[in-house]
Design a protein around this ligand. Sequence first.
Ligand code: GDP
Ligand code: MG
Length: 246
Amino acid sequence: MNTAEKALVIIPTYNERENIVKISKKIFSLSYSIDLLIVDDNSPDGTGELADELARQAPERMYVLHRSVKDGLGRAYCCGFKWALEHGYEYICEMDADFSHDPEDLPKLIQLAKNSDLVLGTRYKGGIRVINWPLNRLILSIGAGKYVRIITGMPFSDPTGGFKCFRRNTLASIDLDAIRSNGYSFQIEMTHKIWRQGLKVTEHPITFTDRQNGTSKMSFRIVLEAVYRVWVLLFENGLRRRPIKK
Ligand SMILES: Nc1nc2c(ncn2[C@@H]2O[C@H](COP(=O)(O)OP(=O)(O)O)[C@@H](O)[C@H]2O)c(=O)[nH]1
Ligand SMILES: [Mg+2]
């Protein structure tokens, strides 16, 4: 494949041993050639070692970064983004390890990114496409989207979603060391930085299915961080609620 077309999916992992073999196989079976980068935070269940073993079986397709302690989704992704930029990838996707995001959607996200700076997988545009989530989690997630929109003006239906595709130049335009959010607000902050620059953001409908294996790392702290970080974004941007005009 032409290096200008190289695509990568980054999966942060913490205790995802039950998912990692299946998800890597699935990614490598897709029609579009997509490399895989796992960023593991020293998972006690041995996800990191298992990922190393899988990477040995898939040279030049699968890579693993190891961090010494659990340090949050945002920092794991930033570490992965820097690696992706250093290694010449043009399309850089985010995805959970737990099959909540369907790997079959990856080629479509990448295809849309050819005419866009960022593609967001959305669960809520044109209807609600979430399977097996408890009602309270669904209400929280939809409510978070409305909260973000009201406060920041950012008009996307699912700003906390974690199934996305960035163009290389989009990531390169962001100072990754200045990203301070770490939980779900990380997703909001990244999209906000891109949208505020006036870059092109495309939403693509996806169906989200609750995980069948392993446990969610969602916590009350992560929700509180998001509630507060959205206000920080508004104030940092001088209360402006629109993209900068180019
Ligand atoms: N490396 C790393 N991965 C994390 C961390 N927290 C969550 N993850 C991973 O990020 C993805 C999303 O987390 P998940 O628990 O599925 O959140 P949920 O889908 O919102 O319930 C999964 O692949 C997790 O294993 C973390 O602190 N470090
Ligand atoms: Mg998940």
